[in-house]
Ligand binder design. Structure first.
Ligand SMILES: [Ca+2]
Ligand SMILES: [Ca+2]
Length: 469
């Protein structure tokens, strides 16, 4: 009797279901360094430093200041960074590459004051710039850096007299210049970001003139003109949604937002995440939808994930995409259940974008844990002690929100340990066979399954013999 290794290797794995864009989920980040409650902060990515930069954001009761970097684990406050007066609903965007105007900030408001300043951030400190002739939409406007024309573009917002703006402006490095072109209707609190694949700025929704209507139209700005996109499947009209371009998907990703006018009940916070591929929107199939508004989102390239921060609870989230159904590393073949003493251990190693679930099957039937059986819902199935009846076909089904993958079946043969000469019966001649196995250092002599062959194995052979086959 030769024993096979307990952990067997499966040769193949095949998905029983699949979906390419099956979604993912927002993962809450437990934060030991809360930045305070910040609605509508500015959140951009500094690709030179390789971290997310946050400035501003406030709640009805607090307006915590400071400029912070997020490295995927820790918030670090910039020191001596000459911070602007803290604010919310300002417009902020970053440009890739090394530049002394890495990040541009315009406008915003405090509780009782409009902030009309323009600031740039060089990666470590803010510099006040000229704001003469700046966009009339002081707060609630949006900024994006258009890489094709190398300029920051500002659209919309609300003026100090409460007028909603339909103006497009560019920042050329030293001053604001109006771009007198037709475009989206006047609005504020729209989502706006640059799409480097389509080389255009994408704008969605916002709150329309007078604050009466929430919008759901999609516009693109190619560097010269605005175009209204003909969208068949459009997200719900919303303002205060968060949007960021995700290079891992090649899509613009938009989450949440408010779907009704102030004061809105909590259930008017949209829980959907949508993807824009340049031609249409697709609702992401999320396993744990998250309803939020008044937050900001950025793609954290250093950690290859979307990062969401804001609203009144100072919580933040990262988005984990499913990468399809689980894959199972080659693990299998056949195994032997040496009964009645030895254990049977079967294992799979699965890879999955989100934590998967496991279910072991025997002869096509889902297994349940019992006195001898454990781990039926884990990667590692254990049966101890084994019985002749443990022979059969085993496989493990690994499931995530994208589908399931079954391991290749593992053929388990049962072998009675007392039948050392493997002729199908326990009999006195097996005593001689055990002596031979012992002398040959054959693993069949290891009757107590401890990995070594000693005289105690003879005592165990007697016991196994008495139990019989
Ligand atoms: Ca025998
Ligand atoms: Ca032994």
């Amino acid at each position: 009797m030769k024993k096979l290794p307990f952990i067997v290797l499966l040769f193949l794995a095949f998905p029983s279901a699949s979906a390419q864009d099956c979604g993912g989920q927002w993962i809450f980040i437990q934060d030991r360094q809360p930045l305070g409650n910040r609605e509508k902060p500015g959140l951009v990515y500094d690709d030179t430093a390789g971290h997310v930069v946050l400035f501003g954001g406030a709640s009805a009761v607090q307006a915590p200041g400071g400029t912070f970097a997020w490295d995927g684990t820790t918030w670090t406050r910039f020191q001596n960074s000459n911070d602007p007066t803290t604010r919310l609903e300002h417009a902020m965007a970053s440009r890739p590459g090394s530049t002394n105007q890495k990040i541009l900030l315009y406008g915003g408001r405090t509780f009782n004051q409009f902030r009309t300043e323009t600031y740039t951030f060089d990666g470590s400190a803010w510099t006040l710039q000229a704001s003469i002739g700046g966009p009339p939409g002081i707060y609630g406007g949006a900024l994006a850096f258009h890489q094709g024309i190398g300029k920051y573009i500002h659209f919309g917002g609300i003026s100090s007299s409460g007028l909603y703006s339909d103006s497009t402006f560019e920042w050329d490095g030293t001053q604001w210049l109006p771009i007198n072109i037709p475009g989206p209707t006047a609005r504020a609190f729209h989502a706006m970001e640059y799409d480097p694949i389509r080389n255009e700025i994408v704008l969605f929704g916002g709150r329309g003139t007078g604050g009466a209507g929430y919008l759901g139209d999609t516009w693109v700005f190619d560097g010269a003109s605005w175009t209204l996109k003909n969208v068949i499947n459009q997200p719900l009209n919303a303002a205060h949604a968060a949007m960021a371009f995700d290079p891992s998907r090649g899509t613009m990703v938009m989450h949440g937002g408010s779907t009704n006018v102030w004061p809105f009940p909590a259930n008017n916070q949209r829980n959907q995440t949508w993807e824009w591929n340049g031609a249409g929107w697709t609702a992401v199939n999320e396993s744990n939808p998250l309803a939020r508004t008044y937050m900001a989102m950025v793609y954290d390239a250093a950690n290859s994930e979307l990062f969401l921060y804001g609203t009144t609870d100072s919580q933040h989230y990262r988005y984990r995409w499913d990468q399809g159904p689980p894959t199972i590393n080659p693990v299998g073949g056949s195994a032997t259940a040496d009964y009645p003493t030895c254990p049977l251990n079967l294992g799979v190693i699965a890879t999955s974008g989100t934590p998967p679930t496991y279910q072991w099957y025997k002869d096509g039937v889902p297994m349940v844990n019992a006195a001898r059986i454990s781990g039926v819902a884990t990667p590692n199935l254990s049966i101890h002690p084994t019985r002749a009846s443990d022979a059969g076909l085993y496989f493990c089904r690994v499931t995530n929100s994208c589908g399931s993958t079954d391991s290749t079946s593992i053929v388990v043969n049962a072998q009675c340990q007392a039948d050392v000469n493997m002729n199908g019966a326990a009999e006195p001649s097996d005593f001689t066979a055990w002596i031979t196995a012992f002398n040959n250092n054959d693993s069949a002599a290891d009757q107590n399954c401890d990995g070594s062959i000693t005289s105690t194995d003879f005592t165990r052979w007697l016991a196994n013999f008495q139990i019989g086959c």
